[in-house]
Ligand binder design. Structure first.
Ligand SMILES: Cc1cc2nc3c(=O)[nH]c(=O)nc-3n(C[C@H](O)[C@H](O)[C@H](O)COP(=O)(O)OP(=O)(O)OC[C@H]3O[C@@H](n4cnc5c(N)ncnc54)[C@H](O)[C@@H]3O)c2cc1C
Length: 276
């Protein structure tokens, strides 16, 4: 079992350990990513440059608006724009750099290592901290069922058999490597030696957790690419969840995104303002 199995997106079932019968395993599977907002901007408005606000806004949105208004010293808001109108105009003008001041941090769980391999390709404006397979024991790691396999009982059974076998091989390798390096006195170092080699046996489907910080300009670019129908289905699902989380938090930054159901049954998204 993982520390905190997800209530909706995962389930567990007993698995025979043959040909490794010395211990038994409860395999945990994930079918949907879990996205949790864990960090948001705090705007501290300077008293000497206060803005004439025409609408309530979140700190991140106001921070971006303040930065945009500073460029033209338009704090008195002569056009009488609401924050939604002001940020909409920033999108139209392509003045996206003001979005870089608003950083949101997401905890992402229930995703595969193959997904995060794609995710971390997004460089500009992002920071990452990911679960280490060198330090963390993966003997009871969970796995992510690829969307394309979900719903086909025969395919799923074959896939689960392979995953189970790979995990058993990992456990066996860790045990043997711990014996091989028994001469290493530092137990933490010995475990790391064993796990960093044994992890090579784990599949891409192994579940991982990652904290991602990104500014709004970076999130928008990532979402535009990963909501597209050409994106791999698991990361597309993640992108939908990320958009929902960020739009729920700061809707005015993402008002031009539209979700729809694609021909493959997966949700996709399109955006009005390309790569602002
Ligand atoms: C459908 C799809 C299929 C893909 N297939 C593959 C594949 O087969 N193989 C593969 O390797 N990758 C693949 N990728 C990943 C892709 O090549 C990019 O690495 C990934 O989408 C991140 O995009 P990015 O570089 O624009 O993002 P970021 O790194 O976040 O950069 C954002 C933007 O900042 C600018 N920027 C960032 N860094 C630089 C720089 N060093 N110099 C100049 N400008 C910069 C660019 O304008 C860039 O678009 C795929 C992506 C998608 C969406």
């Amino acid at each position: 079992m993982t520390d905190q199995p997800f209530p909706v997106s995962s389930f567990q079932f007993p698995v025979s350990r043959f040909p490794f019968p010395t211990w038994s395993l409860m395999l945990t599977l994930h079918r949907e990513p879990l996205v949790t907002l864990i960090g948001r901007p705090q705007f501290v408005e300077p008293a000497h440059l206060g803005v004439q606000w025409h609408e309530a806004g979140t700190d991140g949105e106001r921070l971006a608006e303040f930065a945009g208004r500073l460029c033209y010293m338009s704090q008195r808001n002569p056009a009488g724009r609401s924050t939604a109108e002001y940020l909409g105009n920033i999108l139209r003008q392509g003045h996206g750099s003001v979005f870089e001041h608003a950083v949101y941090v997401l905890l992402i769980e229930g995703v595969s290592r193959s997904l995060t391999h794609e995710l971390v390709r997004h460089r500009a404006g992002f920071g990452y901290s990911q679960l280490s397979q060198r330090y963390v024991d993966e003997s009871e790691a969970a796995f992510v069922v690829p969307p394309a396999i979900q719903g086909d009982a025969e395919l799923e059974a074959a896939w689960q058999a392979q995953v189970t076998s790979a995990q058993a091989a990992y456990v066996s390798a860790v045990e043997r490597l711990m014996e091989r390096y028994a001469w290493v006195e530092d137990r933490v170092h010995r475990r790391k030696l064993a796990r960093e080699a044994a992890r090579s046996l784990l599949p891409n489907a192994t579940e991982t957790k990652i904290v991602v910080s990104g500014n709004v300009r970076a999130w928008r670019t990532m979402l535009e690419l990963r909501l597209g129908e050409g994106a791999e289905r698991e990361i597309r699902r993640l992108a939908v969840r990320v958009l929902e989380a960020l739009r729920g938090e700061a809707p005015r930054f993402f008002a031009d995104f539209e979700l729809y159901e694609a021909a493959d049954g997966e949700r996709s998204g399109r955006v009005v303002y390309h790569k602002v």
